[in-house]
Design a protein around this ligand. Structure first.
Ligand code: GUN
Length: 293
């Protein structure tokens, strides 16, 4: 079994980005600038957004954290997004999800200019992904593709089973794994809450990508011998023995599945850090697209 080290790989990608930032600055070009909008004070969201801002510092990007109260109206948030769309200093920005219940995330996603949509959530960018046209790739699926690439994992002709059809992971990764590209060229089965025979389908997977949000749902009996297992789930479990008062658990029962898998991602330290690496790559691309005019 090979443990896929997302933390190490993310740092390698960040080092490459930092080199490129220095090169651009040396040529007198603008320093890439990412803004992150955080509405409310969800503990996990604060952790993720702080990690994104810290990663910007690490690679030499400018960053802005826009914190807004959870009482903000949808209209006020849309106005803020419009300002960021029109701010020439900002190359790309994200609005951290989930949003409070009174704000429609679809409206928010669609209000972000596709040219600054470094999360890759806008319908225009998702549409381009489906057509295999150049675009911002959604950050978490892009992170998974980079892991396949950097660990030289063959994907062509493989049966890839995706568990979960969310807009930000399951649905886009299923499209990306079926594209005529590397990584890609897989035969994809997208499974969800209405799927019959989920276990039997998972047992047929050469590549199993789990993005369900149910802690330790995938046990060893779901997994074929030598499968590649990618665990996107991340749930906080109260644990008083930990300094933070919680520990993080994935959608895969790691210890028993690791004994069968050829490659597996841990939680934490697997897919999570790669989401940040992808966001930075997209921001660099947004900044360079602007230079090209
Ligand atoms: N919430 C969970 N994952 C993500 C992500 O990749 N981007 C944003 N904006 N919110 C998220």
């Amino acid at each position: 079994m090979i443990l896929i080290d997302g933390k190490k790989t993310s740092l390698e990608v960040q080092d490459e980005i930092a080199e490129e930032v220095k090169y651009l600055q040396g040529k007198g070009k603008k320093t890439p600038h990412l803004a992150a909008v955080l509405v409310g004070s969800n503990g996990a969201s604060i952790t993720y957004v702080n990690a994104k801002v810290k990663a910007c510092e690490r690679v030499g990007f400018e960053s802005s954290l826009v914190r807004l109260p959870d009482t903000i109206s949808e209209e006020e948030l849309l106005n803020k997004i419009s300002k960021l769309n029109n701010d020439p200093e900002i190359d790309g920005f994200i609005v951290q999800l989930p949003l409070p219940d009174h704000i429609n995330p679809k409206k928010v996603t669609q209000a972000i200019s596709p040219n600054k949509d470094v999360d890759g959530f806008h319908p225009e960018n998702i549409g381009k992904v489906a057509l295999n046209l150049p675009s911002f790739l959604p950050a978490t699926p892009y992170g998974i593709l980079q892991l396949f690439e950097r660990y030289n994992i063959e994907t062509a002709g493989k049966h890839c089973v995706v568990v979960g059809r969310s807009n930000i992971v399951g649905a886009p990764i299923s499209i990306m794994m079926g594209r005529n590209a590397y990584p890609g060229n897989s035969t994809v089965t997208l499974t969800h809450s209405r799927t019959n025979n989920l276990k039997e389908l998972c047992q047929q997977a050469d590549i199993l990508i789990v993005a369900l949000g149910k802690q330790e749902f995938i046990t060893a009996d779901y997994v074929k011998e030598d499968a590649v297992v990618i665990d996107v789930g991340i749930t906080r479990i109260n644990d008083k023995t930990k300094k933070k008062g919680y520990r993080l658990v994935g959608d895969v029962k790691f210890d028993e599945v690791a004994e069968k898998a050829s490659f597996i991602t841990p939680v934490p330290g697997g897919v999570g850090p790669m989401t940040i690496a992808s966001l930075l790559k997209n921001t660099l691309l947004a900044s360079k697209n602007k230079i090209k005019g």
